[in-house]
Design a protein around this ligand. Structure first.
Ligand code: AMP
Length: 304
C-alpha cells in the first residue's frame, strides 16, 4: 500500500441555512470544502475551485494547516457562490431556496502543472461540462470518482452521460439514482446506471446508510444513529471525501479496502451532522474517528 494524493474539484460557498434549530447565515460550505476536510484525515489533498473576494482567508488557512494544498483555489473578482436551503423539522428533506452562481458562472478550472498527474480524482457536484474539462486536463489519473445532482440529471443528461463513461466510481444519493435510471427499484436502477459506464456505484441513503454496487455484488454500511442531529448540509460531500481519502491512502483499492473505506466514509459523515457547517469537521481527530468506527461496527456485528 502506497498512500497517494487526491485531487478534489468542487464548489466553495457561503450557505444560508434554515435549520430546525434556527437560521444560520453566511456559513462557509461547498462540496469541495466538506470533501477536503474529510479526505485530509486520510490522504494528501489538493483542491481546484474558485472563491470570490469575500471568502475568508481564515478558511483557506484552516485547510492549509490540515495539509490541504490550496494553490489551485482561484480568488476571482466578485462574490463567492451562495446557496440557501430550508430543512424540514425532521431534517430528512430540504428545499433549495436560492442558488447564486456568482464567480462560479465564469469559472474555467485550470489545474496547476503540479496537480496534472494526481492519481486520485474526485469531481464534486459541479456542471458536467466542468467535470469533463477537468478530466481532459488530468494525465493518467488512476481512479476517478464523481458526484452529481438532480439539476444536472434533469438538464444536462447528455454531458453527464459522457462523464459517467469515464468513471471508476459514481457517488450519488438514492433520489438521484432513481432519477438517473428512471426506475424506482434501487437494485434495478443501480444495474441500469452501472451499464451507463461507472465501474462502481455508491448510493447514499442519509440516515439509512449507503450501498455499494459493483461486479462483486452489493455491500451495505449503516449510518451511525446520532442523538444530536443539527445540520446535514455537506454530509454527502463529507462521505465522498472520506471515502476517496481512504481509498487513496490504501492504493491500489481492492475489495477489502473498498469496504473499509465505505465504513470510514459513513463514520466521518456522521460527525458532519453534529454541528452547523464545517464546525465539527474542523475539530475532528483520529481518536474520535476510531472510537466511532468501533461503535459503528459493533452496531451490526452479532458477536460470537
Ligand atoms: P450536500 O449536503 O452534501 O448535498 O452538500 C451541500 C453543499 O453543496 C452546500 O455547502 C452547498 O454550498 C453546495 N451546493 C449546493 N448546490 C450546489 C450546486 N448547484 N453546485 C455546487 N455546489 C452546490
Amino acid at each position: 500500500m502506497t498512500p497517494q494524493p487526491l485531487l478534489i474539484v468542487g464548489s466553495m460557498a457561503f450557505d444560508d441555512l434554515d435549520l430546525p434549530s434556527g437560521p444560520a447565515r453566511d456559513v462557509v460550505g461547498g462540496s469541495a470544502t466538506y470533501a477536503a476536510l474529510a479526505a485530509t484525515q486520510f490522504s494528501a489533498v489538493r483542491i481546484v475551485a474558485v472563491v470570490g473576494e469575500d471568502f475568508p482567508q481564515t478558511t483557506l488557512d484552516d485547510l492549509e494547516r490540515r495539509g490541504v494544498d490550496v494553490s489551485g483555489i482561484e480568488r476571482a473578482p466578485g462574490k463567492t457562490f451562495r446557496w440557501a436551503g430550508r430543512y424540514a423539522d425532521n431534517l430528512a428533506s430540504r428545499t433549495t431556496l436560492d442558488t447564486q452562481l456568482n464567480v462560479f458562472a465564469d469559472f474555467k478550472p485550470k489545474l496547476p502543472p503540479a496537480f496534472v498527474d494526481t492519481p486520485y480524482l474526485f469531481l464534486g457536484n459541479i456542471h458536467p461540462a466542468l467535470q469533463l474539462d477537468v478530466l481532459s486536463q488530468v494525465k493518467g489519473a488512476r481512479f476517478v470518482a464523481a458526484d452529481t445532482m438532480n439539476f444536472w440529471i434533469e438538464g444536462e443528461r447528455k454531458l453527464l452521460g459522457a462523464v459517467l463513461e469515464k468513471l471508476d466510481l459514481l457517488v450519488i444519493n438514492d433520489e438521484e439514482l432513481r432519477q438517473l435510471a428512471q426506475l424506482h427499484n434501487l437494485r434495478l436502477a443501480a444495474k441500469k446506471v452501472l451499464a451507463m459506464g461507472p465501474k462502481r456505484l455508491i448510493v447514499k441513503r442519509g440516515e439509512y446508510g449507503a450501498l455499494l454496487f459493483d461486479a462483486e455484488g452489493t455491500f451495505f454500511v449503516p449510518a451511525f444513529p446520532l442523538e444530536e442531529e443539527i445540520d446535514p448540509t455537506g454530509a454527502g460531500d463529507t462521505f465522498a471525501g472520506a471515502l476517496l481519502g481512504a481509498l487513496a491512502q490504501s492504493d491500489p483499492p481492492d475489495r477489502r479496502t473498498f469496504r473499509r473505506a465505505l465504513h470510514l466514509a459513513s463514520t466521518v459523515a456522521s460527525f458532519c451532522v453534529e454541528a452547523v457547517g464545517t464546525r465539527r469537521l474542523l475539530s475532528l481527530d483520529s481518536d474520535a474517528i476510531k472510537q466511532r468506527q468501533a461503535d459503528l461496527r459493533s452496531l451490526v456485528h452479532p458477536g460470537d
